[in-house]
Each structure stands twice: as C-alpha cells, then as structure tokens.
Design a protein around this ligand. Structure first.
Ligand SMILES: Cc1ncc(COP(=O)(O)O)c(C=O)c1O
Length: 407
C-alpha cells in the first residue's frame, strides 16, 4: 500500500517544495551558485568541442580547463579524467570495460569481487556480466556496522586469484560507512588485480586523492557535489586498458564516445573545485550538525537506533524506528514538509527492504522500519530543528497506522 502511495505522493501539494526541509542530499544536492552561473553562461555559447573551427576550439578550451580543475580537485592528472553522462555510466564503464579487457587478455580471469552493500549502479552491471557473459561473482559480506570483512576478501582472492577486478565503494550511500580501501588495494595489487571504487558519496565529504590511494579507477557524479545532474567522471589510471561500452566518435581517449556536454562539464569543473577546497570546513560543520540531529532524534524517540559506524560520511544519519514502516514515516514527514529517504525499492507494487540493511544483518522488519536523513552544504540547524519538532509525533502516527493496517 505504501508503495502505491509513495508513487502518488503525499497530500502536500507538489509545488510546496520551496517550503521544504530538505534532508535528502545523498540523493541529490542543490547546484552551487557558482556552478549554476557557469552552466547558464555556457548554455548561451555555441560549439562542439570536437569541431576544428573557432567555435569548436573555444568549446574545447572550456572542456580542457574544466578537466584540469576536476583533476586538481581529485589529485589526478587531466589525462586520467574520462567524462561520462552519469555516475551510473562511469560504474558501468569501469566494471564492464575492465571485465571485458581482462577476460580478453586471459579468459580465466572471469571472477569479480565486490561488496554486498554496493549501490545498484555497481551491483547490477556485475550481475549483468554474470547473467550474460559468464562472469562469476563473490559478494563479500559486511558486519553490522556495514564495514567490509577484509579477511573474507583476502581469503577469496587467495583461493583463486584469477580475478578480473575488485569493485568496493568508498563510502556507503545508505548508512555512510567508509570502507577499508587502502588495505583492499594493497592485497589486490599484490595479485595484479585492478581495483575500482564508487566514490560518488565520498567526494567533497572526506579527503580523497586518486594518486595517494593508488587505485585504478574511481567514479564521481556531478549532482552529489553541487554540480549538474547527468554528468559523471571515471578517473582511470593512464596505463589501464578498458574496453569501451559506448561506441561512436571516440571522444574520451577512445574509451567513451558521445559529444561532450560543454555547459555541464564547465559547471562540474567549478563544483569539483569547490567540493575539494571547502571539504574540511564543510565536513566539520556537517559532522556537528549530524551529531546534534542524531542526539535529538534519539532523545525524541528513545526506542530508535542509529545505524552505521564511527568511521562514516559526515552528513548521513540513519535510524531504525521499531514498529514504524519507513515508507509511512517518509510520507508522514513529507506531509510536514520534511524530505528524507528509505533505501527500499518498490518492486511489483511491494516495498522491498534495503539490501544494504539486510547485508548488515538487520531483520526484514527492522530494515523496513528505517530512514535516512542526509545533510549537505546548504543544510542548517533550522533543518534539524524542523525535523526534531515533528519526529516524535510522526513515529507515533506511523506505528498506529501500521497497527490499523495489520488488523
Ligand atoms: C553510491 C552511488 N553510486 C552511484 C550513484 C549513481 O550516480 P548517478 O545518479 O550520477 O547515476 C549513486 C546515486 O545515488 C550513488 O549514491
């Protein structure tokens, strides 16, 4: 029932968004003023960055300046930046591109190792390779705080090192837990196995250096860092070979084809610089805001539990509210102008609990009773006040609604 209601929306008029308390920055965060200005300005300009005439050369200059800014922000070189149409596309390119290349080099290299808490933009391309290309996958388990069991990963590599790639996210998008990537990379590299990370949630929130991490491929998305929707980056080590997923004009080092979106790329360059430069200050502020939010939500709803680990993204607060359906909570909060998220997916009209929470060992009932509040650069203490002022009553109403629907 909640699934249908969620699709239909709550009773709050859809146009009320200006009045919203937005606590869903992990889903998408507003564009920064500077990035928006850069994009609007560039939308007025003509030019395909691959054209040889003056307009094309001008567009190319814009793209290359942005590429340089993105590279500086991520401590990579401009030649390592492959511009894509989204984080999802960058993950597909890393996973399929690496898999195909490694299997071409040695057909025995058909294993993929990943974690059981990846975003669907990683899990689904891997599962596609299993279903259609003969890949074998090991999903490494996590503990109750969503930390990857590194010993299990090491044992799996040592059992059979014929592995095409390892893909483990930098930070989880639902509960925020940071993963032990340095150790994973060290072990994989000992066996000559390339490593990819989905760093979509991490960039701009925690220190991130492509060079220091010594990773082979890393995914970034524009709309999670104050840049535009519909733009992503795969950072790829210079000597790493990938089979293209998109074929055409060969624009991005022959690895990714498609006319470059100059306005979005220029805006991404601006957003990436801001994300890197303001990181420490923003992380401190968000950390304090999240601590306040967590303490006050737990005091308003004493039976609630906070999920995740101490080593976490600064802006994600995730709770289980026993006895209440997360989707009901989401709708009731939305009706009060507060926007949040459950990790559940609606399948055939039935809400399914989040695979991340189940992998953490949560029961289906508890996983369904969970909600994420995520903060971003525009979040304020008034947002926290607004949530705290209603959460107790909302949880009570959701519990009552659940009891009525069970009768
Ligand atoms: C961890 C993670 N990876 C990948 C994606 C997909 O990125 P995009 O929306 O740019 O396709 C998201 C978006 O929610 C995400 O949170």
């Amino acid at each position: 029932m909640w699934c249908r209601k969620l699709r239909q929306g709550s009773r709050r008029a859809n146009l009320d968004v200006a009045m919203s308390t937005y606590l869903d920055h992990a889903a998408t965060t507003p564009m920064s003023d500077a990035a928006r200005k850069a994009m609007i300005d560039e939308l007025g300009n003509l030019g395909n960055a691959s054209s040889l005439h003056a307009s094309g050369r001008r567009a190319r200059k814009v793209v290359e300046e942005a590429r340089e800014a993105i590279a500086i922000a991520l401590d990579a070189t401009p030649g390592e930046i492959i511009l894509t149409g989204s984080g999802t596309e960058a993950n597909n390119l890393a996973i399929k591109g690496l898999y195909w290349k490694r299997v071409q080099e040695d057909p025995a290299n058909n294993r993929i190792i990943s974690s059981s808490i990846e975003h669907h933009a990683v899990m689904d391309p891997i599962q596609w390779l299993v279903d259609h290309e003969g890949a074998k996958v090991t999903w490494i388990s996590v503990n109750e705080r969503a930390q990857l069991n590194v010993d299990e990963l090491i044992a799996d590599i040592e059992r059979d090192p014929k592995v095409a790639l390892v893909s483990v996210m930098f930070a989880n998008n639902e509960v925020g837990t940071l993963q032990p990537l340095a150790r994973i990379i060290e072990v994989a590299h000992k066996h000559g196995i390339p490593v990819h990370t989905d760093a979509v949630q991490a960039f701009g929130k925690v220190p991130l250096s492509f060079k220091t991490l010594d990773i082979d491929a890393m995914t970034i998305s524009g709309h999670k860092i104050g840049g535009p929707l519909g733009i992503g980056v795969l950072i790829v080590k210079k000597d790493l070979k990938l089979t293209p997923v998109l074929h055409g004009g060969g624009q991005e080092r022959d690895i990714r084809s498609g006319t470059l979106d100059t306005p979005a790329i220029r805006a991404l360059g601006v957003a990436a610089s801001e994300a890197a430069q303001g990181m420490s200050e923003r992380a401190l502020r968000l950390h304090a805001l999240r601590k306040d939010l967590t303490e006050r939500v737990l005091s308003a709803v004493p039976e609630a539990r906070a999920n995740g680990d101490a080593a976490t993204l600064p802006g994600i607060a995730h709770f289980t509210f026993p006895g209440a359906e997360g989707d009901a909570l989401l709708l009731l909060l939305d009706a009060q102008g507060i926007e949040s998220s459950t990790g559940s997916a609606c399948s055939a009209g039935v809400p399914r609990p989040s695979h991340v929470l189940l992998a953490m060992g949560m029961s289906e009932v508890d996983a369904r009773a969970s909600l994420r509040f995520s903060l971003g650069f525009s979040s304020t203490s008034q947002d926290v006040d607004a949530l705290v002022s209603v959460i107790g009553g909302v949880v009570e109403r959701a519990r009552k609604a659940g009891q009525v629907s069970k009768r």
